[in-house]
Design a protein around this ligand. Structure first.
Ligand SMILES: [Zn+2]
Length: 76
């Protein structure tokens, strides 16, 4: 799947993620994106990856081997 640029309009930051097949992101990818987009402990500005709407959002998708999997979905 193609790269996605996630935005955070509150902190004016961006982060590029490369989802696996089906648009999924590992917990580690989500954590890395969050550190770039927000990184402020306790901040509630955005979604799980620190994204704040523009185009796509990140939602919790499930757990495999106790690791959270997230999915990138378009905002319509
Ligand atoms: Zn924030």
């Amino acid at each position: 799947m193609a790269n996605h640029v996630l935005y955070n309009e509150y902190h004016a930051t961006t982060a590029t993620v490369r989802p696996a097949w089906g648009g999924t992101l590992s917990h580690e990818q989500v954590r890395r994106a969050w550190r770039k987009l927000c990184g402020v402990a306790g901040c509630t500005c955005g979604g799980p990856a620190g994204e704040r709407p523009v185009g796509v959002e990140c939602v919790r998708y499930g757990a495999v081997d106790a690791e959270n999997i997230y999915k990138i979905i378009p905002i319509t």
